[in-house]
Design a protein around this ligand. Sequence first.
Ligand SMILES: [Zn+2]
Ligand SMILES: [Zn+2]
Length: 187
Amino acid sequence: MDGAPLARVELLGRCVEWHGHLCMGQVLGLRMALKGMELVGTRDPKRLIVFIENARCVADAIQVVTGTRAGKRSAKILDLGKTAATFLDLESGRAWRVAVREFADPPGGKDAACRAALEIPDETLFTWREVVVRPDPMELPGRPLRAVPCARCGETVLDGRDVECAEGPLCRSCAGGAYYEEERERE
Ligand SMILES: [Zn+2]
Ligand SMILES: [Zn+2]
């Protein structure tokens, strides 16, 4: 991000545009992102990896505000069902985890509550602590370190996600971990 950081209200506008609606998740994700970047001391998305602990609204806002992206491998969506995220600065190697506390929605309708939550003090909204994250080299941004064809289906498997078997490297689906089933032949 160049120049002066955007005000929270402007950032919220960007989040809503990307996510598709205004919700408390956009406010919380935005606030988590600002806090995380403040704690690690950088706003440079090329230096950041963010581990986002849920696959809901906050995950979009965190990506918008930090500039990290799932598709650039700089945002990791872990889907652990928790409203928390860890911000890792690849240059210093330091990481901070920010978790949202239980809090009562500010009064008013949804829009008013969301705008009011932009200004809730950090201490009311979050807990945070420094943690250690050691990302696997296969998880880092940049070109894939490994790309091999699956010995059974022939499809290319990137990033070391293949499984070594007697017949050669297999994709996880062929190795027995598919999230889908083959459609049965219809009579
Ligand atoms: Zn939402
Ligand atoms: Zn396969």
